[in-house]
Design a protein around this ligand. Structure first.
Ligand code: IPD
Ligand code: CA
Ligand code: CA
Length: 265
């Protein structure tokens, strides 16, 4: 049963997500994107990423000044209350190219670290995925659930690649072990949506090395509330080392396969 206070957080996240998505849609074709690079020459950030994070931060902390904020593009605000974990544009490379898979990701975590609300807006398609702790997962107000695929050999599995060249080459090597064991592989380019697609049964499994909390915070709750499992190789929590997800069976089989490939998966 979801706490009534959680619905207020969801409502605020929905309003911030909708405004952020609208800003991204308006900016996409009208403005110079002012592209800069971050951790590597392939890791881009645009003016729209920064503006959008500003809009979200102002809305959330304007409504709840006591809260904390952990976003990809700005300084962290710490708090003993709720912390908002935000990726203003997840899938920046796709956004820059106009490849239609990019999202706004917003999660609300309490002081114990439990995620109470997860919201991911698929900007191009206007779809809104969301979940509340104990309240189930939804896509545009329709309840969603993970697939019931019961064998890795029949599973459609998504993954992603790091911006770091050395990590990316190691990931490609791991993929050579995975690809023969699954139905097929997808690399859509936005981790938050990879998790939401899993929650909606659009893929059966997902794994990726090197994600940050803003990539997986909202999507993890959405998968779990849709009946799925998210963890890492040796824990039931996703981590920067690796994030693995699936329905119960696919999670187990995928994790076992990745364990045989070591930590560079
Ligand atoms: C990236 C996307 C991508 C994943 C990368 C992330 P960004 O986020 O989620 O799918 O493979 O690891 O960094 O940089 O577009 O916010
Ligand atoms: Ca991201
Ligand atoms: Ca981002």
């Amino acid at each position: 049963m979801t706490n009534p206070g959680t619905y207020e957080l969801l409502n605020l996240a929905q309003r911030a997500g909708a405004q952020a998505a609208e800003h991204i849609r308006q900016s996409r074709y009208g403005k110079d994107l002012e592209i800069q690079t971050k951790s590597s020459p392939t890791d881009m950030v645009t003016m729209v990423d920064k503006e959008t994070e500003g809009i979200i931060k102002e809305m959330l902390l304007g409504a709840r000044p006591q809260d904390g904020f952990l976003g990809e593009e700005s300084a962290e605000v710490t708090s003993n209350e709720i912390t908002w974990v935000v990726d203003p544009i997840d899938g920046t490379t796709n956004f820059v190219y106009g490849f239609p898979v990019f999202a706004v990701s917003i999660a609300a975590r309490d002081f114990s670290g439990a995620t109470l609300v997860g919201l991911v807006v698929d900007v191009y398609h206007g779809d809104c995925f969301y979940a509340t702790l104990g309240g189930g997962s939804f896509l545009n107000n329709r309840s969603i659930a993970v697939s019931n695929t019961n064998s890795l050999s029949q599973a459609l599995v998504s993954t992603g690649f790091s911006y770091d060249k050395v990590t990316r080459v190691a990931q490609a090597k791991t993929l050579t072990h995975i690809i023969g064991e699954v139905r097929d592989i997808r690399r859509a380019g936005a981790a938050s949506l990879d998790l939401c697609y899993l929650a909606a049964g659009r893929v059966d499994g997902y794994y990726e090395v090197g994600l940050w909390p803003w990539d997986y915070a909202a999507g993890t709750l959405i998968v779990r509330e849709a009946g799925g499992v998210v963890g890492s190789l040796n824990s039931d929590q996703p981590s920067q080392e690796i994030t693995v997800a699936g329905n119960t069976t696919i999670f187990k089989e995928l994790r076992e396969l990745l364990l045989t490939d070591g930590p560079s998966a």
